[in-house]
Design a protein around this ligand. Sequence first.
Ligand SMILES: Cc1ncc(COP(=O)(O)O)c(C=O)c1O
Length: 395
Amino acid sequence: METETILGSSSGFIPFNRFCVAGTEFEYIQQAIDQLHVSGDGSFTRKCHQILEEILSVPRVLLTTSCTHALEMSALLVEIKPGDEVVVPAFTFVSTVNAFVLRGARPVFVDIRPDTLNLDEKLLERSITTKTKAIVPVHYAGVACEMEAIGSIAKRYGIPVIEDNAHGLLGKYRGKYLGTFSAMSALSFHETKNFACGEGGALVVNDPQYIERAEVIREKGTNRSRFFRGQVDKYTWVDLGSSYLPSDMLAAVLYAQLEARDRIQAARHRIWTYYRACLAEWAHECGVGLPVVPEECEHPAHLFYLLMPNLAARQAFIAHLKAHNIMSVFHYLPLHLSEMGRRFGGRPGDCPVTESVSDRLVRLPFYNDLSEPDQSRVVDAIRGFRPNSSPTPPK
Ligand SMILES: Cc1ncc(COP(=O)(O)O)c(C=O)c1O
């Protein structure tokens, strides 16, 4: 079944996501091995740092073992302590929050906007207290949060912003790259992302005051980076830290993908545009929502979602596509209603938009080499579905 899909046939199973080789990965892994440097911070890691720093025009990028770990580094960098509060959207991945809770913070969940599904900036100010030590917006699907409003509120209260940019590498807001609006941001190179090395991430340090300590935290709390630059004659334990640097073999895979970014992005934008064009009429007739991209945002074609009228319709839709051998998946459950979220006081009704979107959202198959016949099979199967459009009864 898989083989048929790989050959571009339109009869096999269409997964939701698939890792796609850019072409030079194996050659680069071989080079990393031939250089006998497969631990962290070898030549491919340096190449990844350089290419990302150049693209984003930022002073420092540090590859990490995941976006989760980049967020954990950011929590250490802004010195989160027990009792501090961190403002986060309720609709996000657990790591956006857990990275700060690990340091003792209490998450303050804010609801999302019904259009972009990003932290609702109109609700931000009322969630800030004297204990707030960070604001962590997430650019969902790589569509920017209202960074002007968020940035000005944060500035007024002197609170650092950390962008969770797991989805948004190469996305822009008012012509400027996502992840460059705040003190620092976190990227993901997990298998599901536009550029992937299996598990991986990066901390993008925009504010130079954090660079040196970021290097220390990433290197087990040692000043090893200074030692390698010849700035100290031996390295030693100087601060808190952990092992957040990936193997150079993974950096080799990532570098191959980053070099192929124009081709990868062109392919992904073609798929996104095709879905949008082919589904617009059906979505309008059926009361289904499509992704909203405000004028000031350029999205990086990370994912394509539909907002079904209610939970029952979403579940029926997933089953309908499954019957056509096509996988579609929902996304985040409301974090304030998770077991951990409830321990922090989360209650049903706190974040109504998150609760509704979480029930209704479904993501379509999306990967760099999703073939045209498979794209049209997805579209045909979707157009053959009619949702029952009664709203979800209140919980
Ligand atoms: C918004 C968001 N933040 C963080 C992460 C964690 O990324 P990683 O798997 O690289 O740790 C994810 C995972 O997809 C995510 O969706």
